[in-house]
Structures are given as structure tokens and as C-alpha cells.
Design a binder for this molecule. Structure first.
Ligand code: NAD
Length: 351
């Protein structure tokens, strides 16, 4: 066994019903006195409750998925003008992403309060979109200083979004098992993350207001994101990155629809990953377990329902092929990638 593993430094709190006090403690610990609160209009009420009593110098709500550069530039200028000394993000991956864009150029610390299972809060990866091209990079300045999870902030996340977002988290676990820097540490995190998500998501669907189900899903989503941050992007993330950036498809639904097809392509040549996931799912095979979960929670299947067009498949194939990680267990060809994207487009059963 031989590997090099980075563990990212970050404080994580799970404080259901108590996010405001936890955020206040984190702000005070930093000695910050001018807070920038980033939250979209849709999360404004959640953010107001979480940041009540803080020394807020700026409230910012221009949040756009995949962080267009001009949106990032406006947020950075506003942060500088208001002389803020900490950024508190309250929202999903798009909101955390805007906070990261501000931190990237200003060096400001972030306290992240996630309201989805996207997991951006646990990574030092930033993303920005210029035109139709999404660029990502790695920089320690964008890793949130602290993360405050509060399951009660997620009880209003609609079931369909919860499912798509939870499967986005599960995709972090699965892809971590064959990503470029896969190692035994991130495999252990990914496997426990997959187990927790497999238990948590059906509980969320059965009762979206259940704090226990939400907490179980948060636990899994955090482990998933830590595993992903360490292991890097595997084939699944490379495909989703191309689809999301080029055709402006919704992030979580894209992950949910693509995942079973990448799993089906890779398991034949990844017996250890198959065995780990099968055990985590309590199923005979990883794919059988994932299919049962997708049926139980009513997962998104066909990307044509979310804006992907059949005539975009050849362009997507050409864009994905050059970025396929050499570590991928199954060799990727024009033929098998075309078949995979066609199945994703129409929502066919994974082969
Ligand atoms: P999102 O942040 O765009 O949120 C999706 C929708 O859910 C939005 O309409 C939002 O207003 C709504 N919402 C969020 N929380 C809610 C709540 N509690 N109740 C009701 N509605 C709520 O989507 P996302 O899937 O969380 O994040 C996607 C973005 O995150 C993408 O741009 C992706 O690239 C990025 N991301 C980055 C990383 C990273 O490591 N850098 C990791 C994962 C995702």
C-alpha cells in the first residue's frame, strides 16, 4: 500500500436548530466585525434567521448557478466597498460557490451554512463560468474556515431537489473509488458516506420534515464531499462538468441521471469498488443497490427532461473524451461514451 493523502483543515459543526449561535461563535472566534452574508432571494428568510444578531455590513443576494465571472466580479467589488472581514454563506452549492469566488481574490475567510447536499463547503475547489465554459481550480483560500450544518434549514428543501442533491452526494462517493487520487482513506470515507446516504435519503422522502433523516443525509453528504475533495474528479464528474457547463443543465439532476450509467460502465473492471458499494447498500451488487434506491426515491432519469438535446450528444462526446482520467477502470471510447450519453439523455436502464 503506497499513497499520499492531504487532509483539509476545517471545523465542522452539526447543530440542528442552533445554527445562529454556532455561526455567531465562529464569527467571534475570527474576531470579525463586518460580515458579508451571501444568500439567494429564495433562502433570504433562512439566512436572516441564521445571521440574526451578527454585525452584518453587507447582505448580497445575486446568486447564479455555476458562478458567471461577471457575477463574481460584482460580489468581489461589493465586498471590498463594504470593507467586510468575513463571508457567511447560507444556501446550496451555488451560494457557497459565490462565497468561494469572493474568497479566491480577497482571501476573506468563509463560514458556510449549507442548505443542500452538494458538499462544496468541504472542498477547496472553486468554479467560475465565462460564456459557456466552466473553469475549476483548487486553492486553499476557498476552503471554508468552518461549516455549520443545521438539519432544520433543510426540512423545507423540496423532495425532488433533496433527492437530486442527495444523489449528487452519492456520486461523490462512487466516483471517489476510481478517481485520480483514490486511496484507502478517501475510500473509507466514501463507503461510509454511501451507507449513510442510502439510509438517509429514503427517510427524507418518507418524511421531508424529519430531522433524523436530514441529519443522516448531511452526515453522508459531508463524508462524500471530503472523499471527493481528496480523490479528485473521476469520469462521472468530468461528464457532469461538461454537460453542466456547455448546456447549462441543472447540477444535481445531471449527477443523478448520469451516475448509474458510469457505475454500470466501470464496475466490471472495478471489483473492489463494486464490493464496497454493494456492502454499503446491503445489495448483491452496487448497481442493483443503486437501482433500488433510485426507484425508492423517484430519482431523475432522463436528461432530456432537464434541457439536454439528442443533437448535443456528439459535441458532448468530443468534449468529454480528452478529459477522461487515465485512472478510469474501463477504457472510454467514442462508441461506449456515445451509448452512455444516449442512455442518459433518454433515461434508459443502465446497461
Ligand atoms: P443550488 O445551490 O443552485 O440550489 C438549487 C436550488 O435549491 C436553488 O433554487 C436554491 O434556491 C434552492 N434551495 C437551496 N437550499 C434550499 C432549501 N433549504 N430550501 C428550499 N430551497 C433551497 O444547487 P446545488 O446543487 O446545491 O449546487 C450546485 C452548484 O454547486 C453547482 O454550480 C456546482 O458546480 C457547485 N458545486 C461545487 C462543488 C465544489 O467542490 N466546488 C461541489 C458540489 C457542487
Amino acid at each position: 500500500m503506497r499513497f499520499v493523502h492531504d487532509t483539509l483543515p476545517q471545523r465542522v459543526r452539526l447543530a440542528s436548530g442552533d445554527a445562529a449561535a454556532s455561526v455567531a461563535e465562529e464569527v467571534a472566534a475570527l474576531g470579525a466585525t463586518r460580515v458579508m452574508v451571501i444568500a439567494s432571494e429564495r433562502e433570504a428568510a433562512l439566512a436572516a434567521a441564521v445571521t440574526d444578531g451578527l454585525p452584518v455590513a453587507l447582505t448580497y443576494d445575486e446568486v447564479v448557478m455555476h458562478v458567471p465571472v461577471e457575477v463574481a466580479d460584482r460580489a468581489r467589488a461589493a465586498a471590498t466597498d463594504a470593507r467586510v472581514d468575513v463571508v457567511v454563506t447560507v444556501g446550496g452549492g451555488s451560494t457557497t460557490g459565490l462565497g468561494k469566488a469572493v474568497a479566491l481574490t480577497t482571501g476573506l475567510p468563509i463560514i458556510a451554512v449549507p442548505t443542500t447536499y452538494a458538499g462544496s463547503e468541504a472542498t477547496d475547489v472553486w468554479g467560475l463560468t465565462a460564456g459557456a465554459v466552466k473553469t475549476t481550480g483548487v486553492d486553499r483560500r476557498v476552503l471554508p474556515h468552518a461549516v455549520v450544518y443545521d438539519a432544520t434549514l433543510m426540512t423545507g428543501l423540496p423532495v425532488d431537489l433533496s433527492v437530486a442533491s442527495g444523489l449528487n452526494a452519492l456520486a461523490h462517493c462512487v466516483d471517489s473509488l476510481w478517481a485520480p487520487r483514490a486511496d484507502p482513506i478517501n475510500a473509507a470515507l466514501a463507503t461510509e458516506g454511501a451507507r449513510a446516504l442510502y439510509a438517509g435519503l429514503p427517510a427524507v422522502v418518507a418524511d421531508p420534515r424529519s430531522v433524523e433523516g436530514r441529519e443522516q443525509t448531511i452526515h453522508g453528504a459531508y463524508l462524500a464531499a471530503v472523499a471527493f475533495a481528496s480523490a479528485g474528479s473521476g469520469l462521472h464528474h468530468k461528464i457532469c462538468h461538461v454537460l453542466g457547463g456547455r448546456y447549462d443543465l441543472p447540477h444535481a439532476q445531471t449527477h443523478a441521471a448520469v451516475l448509474p450509467h458510469v457505475l454500470a460502465l466501470n464496475v466490471a473492471n472495478a471489483p473492489e469498488a463494486d464490493a464496497r458499494l454493494a456492502t454499503a447498500f446491503g445489495a448483491p451488487t452496487a448497481l442493483a443497490g443503486l437501482e433500488r434506491l433510485r426507484t425508492d426515491v423517484g430519482a431523475p432519469r432522463a436528461l432530456r427532461d432537464h434541457g439536454f438535446r439528442e443533437d448535443q450528444i456528439p459535441d458532448a462526446v468530443a468534449a468529454v473524451l480528452p478529459v477522461v482520467p487515465p485512472s478510469n477502470p474501463t477504457p472510454v471510447t467514442t462508441e461506449n461514451l456515445t451509448a452512455l450519453l444516449r442512455a442518459v439523455w433518454e433515461g434508459a436502464d443502465p446497461a
